[in-house]
Design a protein around this ligand. Structure first.
Ligand SMILES: [Zn+2]
Length: 806
């Protein structure tokens, strides 16, 4: 490419000529001037040009050498290119996890099966349990001990987790949190472990380190082996409204009743895998759970007038349901269009007034779940509706005290059903037989097949849009967690975003479909008002003080703002990936590939990142790096729009320069010279192509389209975009012409690979360009839109307004 080289060398020459030490190089310059005619005689034209250019090329480097000698050694740099692959950040693919992001031939996972007898004492608010765990070691490793999670120990009086945050007295605080934080909380909700025994009932030695218990095995558990052991325990159940916890009871003083939502309530096996070994990172409160799959047989004993629902199939329905409930249940299984009441509002109100000393045992059986949760109260209203998922029927279920109505009977089960339909379409058919939404004050928490959700009307039954949409959204979100992480079972303790981010993303998709399906839920709105998902909604977070931002790829305990960090930003990133970077066809297939590859398995972040590329052929290392590994933000602007001209006639100074090197313009093929407003030859009254004489060149060389376009071209622009933000993104731009028409262009992200600061386009145009707008539809989360348009829109600051008003 001789002309490219010529340009580069001429540019280099003019830069070089301006340097103060230019004179020092006179000798070299003279030498090259002497050499040139010699070379001209020796070589043919093409070789001549490149030889000339090589000499030009040498000059600046020699100058640089001089400079270095004067100023000391200059440092090099490592590869910081934003498009370099993530070899340093990613673990090396292996037989467990392949480079494609799929489970490898040696992939394994441990298994923990539970048989549990659980009893709630409503009088004392105590939970008693006895469990037998059958643990199967599918790993290639021999295990000398087992680690078991004791999450309730975070509720011990002296738990270090209570001291983890710096305190200050807020200007205003809730009395309950003030009492908890500053008046000493006498509540002691840690585990009381009564015994740990082997299959023969012999005590097993164990040691408790805060929320982790190590059980030392009498004989090492070999690869492929199984061990059976039992734990007997009890603890005091906390009031989850006062003590802000994912599990506990809510007390209703008006009728002196409690509603229990009980979870992470039993000693649970830790994960053991190829990534972490034992995942025994302590439970500090933010990082959630890492759990192996298994089967559960659970007997739940509660007061006889209590309703129960839980993870798993109810196996003794005939013993615990009344005949009336049974008939309604049969009807619900065939009803797809509206919830069927199993326990009505009136029945629940009557039931909550009854008392009994009798108990009832509800029996559940759950296959292939990673955890267990249940709810119980005599206050519950209960409704169900059938949903078609693939070729199967799934029951969408809701339980709520009368305090949840009229909101809950209207929307809860419908929101559950919509989630199953939408998310199944984007991932895989929901494999369990039911999904339950339970109303619990201030809660938003998920377990397999069951979750707790907030959203309560005022006492008179009225509610705001905020309460309604908050309630529908949290139900969609928590039911969505059945997919991530209950089935696509990621490690929440380490990676909060893998379940929260993916779930918030599918929540957005579901909410939008819910709004379309039930226009009555969004009166006066054109679409469902999703709180998270759209690009512009993450801007306040992305532009926040960098001292209070952490990359998405951080442990949830160590981030400043868990909400935007684990939920909002990853969900927005995926949304941008789907709508703007990859397009829905490529994205949806890749997302489904990831979901199906890791269904009932344990993926890592790399498995997700790799699968998304593997199934789409879109290189995304730059995207993962920028959005997930840094706190960089998007800011792209229009820097300048310059009018330029071209001519076939070189300027006098240009000719003179060529002459000094011993050749003339006739030595070259037809050339085009750029003339900008700074050049003497610029004629502001002339058309940009007026001085361009193409002769017969274009037609003779078959460039007829170029010839036609040249005839129509009235304007020639150099448009420069700049990028004050660290994130690389495609430039989405809309040009507006004088006649009001517009043209949209998209410059791929790769434009930034060799210049991370600016990008220039040369545009020939028939019509005058009167406006340039970057990211016109606010798709990229650009944090500063004041530089997005040309001509610049006048932005009035508060100060300007203040000045004007005075
Ligand atoms: Zn969540």
């Amino acid at each position: 490419m001789p002309i490219d080289r010529l340009n580069r060398e001429l540019n280099a020459f003019s830069r070089f000529a301006k340097r103060p030490y230019f004179r020092k190089l006179n000798v070299i310059q003279s030498f090259s001037l002497f050499l040139t005619p010699l070379l001209k005689k020796m070589f043919n034209m093409k070789l001549f040009i490149s030889s000339i250019l090589s000499i030009f090329f040498l000059l600046p480097s020699l100058a640089l050498a001089q400079e270095q000698n004067l100023e000391g050694p200059k440092q090099g740099h490592t590869n910081q290119n934003k498009f370099r692959q993530l070899y340093n950040e990613f673990s090396t693919p292996n037989d467990y996890r392949t480079a494609s992001g799929a489970p490898g031939p040696a992939y394994y996972q441990q298994r923990a099966d539970y048989v549990m007898d659980i009893k709630i004492d409503d009088e004392t608010q105590r939970l008693y349990g006895e469990e037998t765990i059958t643990y199967t070691n599918n790993s290639p490793d021999a295990l000398a001990y087992l680690w078991v999670q004791l999450d309730q120990n975070i509720r011990k009086k002296d738990a270090p987790a209570l001291l983890k945050n710096s305190q200050s007295l807020d200007q205003v605080s809730e009395l309950s949190s003030f009492a908890n934080n500053h008046l000493g909380d006498p509540f002691d909700g840690g585990f009381n472990i009564e015994k740990v025994t082997d299959a023969q009932g012999k005590p097993l030695p164990y040691i408790i380190n805060e929320t982790m218990m190590r059980i030392d095995l009498p004989t090492t558990l070999q690869s492929g082996g199984q061990v059976v052991f039992s734990i007997k325990w009890w603890y005091n159940i906390n009031n989850h409204v006062v003590n802000r916890a994912r599990s506990g009871y809510e007390y209703f003083p008006a009728d002196d009743n409690r509603a229990y939502v009980i979870a992470q309530f039993f000693p649970r096996m830790c994960m053991y895998d190829d990534v972490e070994g034992w995942q025994n990172y302590q439970f500090w409160g933010n990082g959630e759970f890492a759990l192996p799959f298994g089967d559960y047989e659970v007997n739940l004993t509660v007061p006889a007038n209590f309703i129960v629902d839980a993870t798993g199939e109810l196996t003794n329905r005939k013993e615990v349901f009344s005949k009336e409930m049974m008939n309604r249940y049969k009807l619900a299984k065939k009803t797809y269009d509206k919830p069927v009441m199993i326990v009505t509002h009136e029945e629940a109100e009557a039931n909550e007034k009854t008392t009994t000393t009798k108990t009832k045992t509800w029996k559940f059986s759950a296959k292939n779940v990673r955890d267990y949760g249940f709810t119980t109260s005599k206050k519950y209203i209960w409704d169900m509706m059938a949903v078609k998922v693939g070729d199967r029927d799934v029951m969408a279920v809701s339980l709520y005290p009368k305090e949840g109505n009229p909101l809950w009977e209207e929307w809860s089960t419908r929101a559950v059903a919509q989630t199953l339909e939408t998310v199944s379409r984007f991932t895989f058919d929901y494999p369990y037989h039911k999904a339950i939404s339970v109303h619990a004050k201030n809660q938003g928490m998920e377990y397999p097949m069951i979750c707790w959700n907030y959203g309560r009307p005022d006492e008179d039954g009225t509610y705001s849009d905020r309460v309604k949409f908050g309630m529908i959204s949290v139900i969609i979100h928590e039911v969505g967690h059945n997919y991530f992480p209950m089935i696509v079972n990621s490690d929440e303790r380490q990676w909060g975003w893998m379940d929260e981010g993916l779930t918030t993303f599918i929540q957005y998709l579901t909410e939008q479909e819910f709004g379309k399906r039930y226009p009555a839920s969004i009166p006066g709105l054109d679409k469902y008002p999703s709180r998270r998902g759209e690009a512009k909604k993450i801007v306040p977070y992305m532009s926040d003080d960098q001292d209070f931002l952490a990359p998405i790829m951080s442990n949830p305990e160590n981030v400043f703002q868990l909400g935007p960090n684990a939920y909002g930003k990853p969900a927005t990133a995926l949304n941008i990936l789907r709508e703007t970077i990859m397009g829905s066809d490529l994205f949806d297939h890749a997302f489904k590939t990831y979901s199906q590859r890791w269904m009932f398995k344990h993926p890592t972040p790399e498995d997700f990142f790799r699968s998304m590329e593997d199934a789409s052929a879109v290189d995304l290392d730059w995207f993962w790096r920028g959005w997930f590994y840094t706190t960089d933000f998007v800011d792209i602007g229009v820097e300048s729009v310059n009018t330029v001209q071209v001519t076939s006639e070189p300027s006098a100074s240009y000719l003179e320069r060529l002459e000094r090197f011993g050749y003339s313009i006739d030595d070259f093929p037809p050339l085009v010279f750029r003339v900008s407003e700074e050049d003497e030859d610029y004629d502001e009254n002339a058309a940009p192509f007026a001085a361009l004489d193409t002769g017969e060149y274009l037609t003779e060389n078959g460039l007829t389209v170029a010839q036609e376009n040249l005839a129509k071209a009235n304007y020639l622009y150099e448009i420069t975009f700049n990028k004050p933000g660290g994130l690389v993104m495609p430039i989405l731009v809309e040009y507006t012409y004088a006649d009001g028409s517009t043209m949209s262009e998209r410059y791929p992200v790769q434009i930034w690979r060799k210049n991370d600061n600016s990008y220039t386009r040369v545009l020939t145009s028939e019509k005058e360009i009167v406006g340039v707008q970057v990211d016109p539809n606010e798709e990229t989360a650009d944090v500063n839109t004041t530089n997005n348009s040309w001509p610049r829109e006048e932005v009035m600051t508060d100060f300007d307004r203040f000045k004007e008003s005075n």
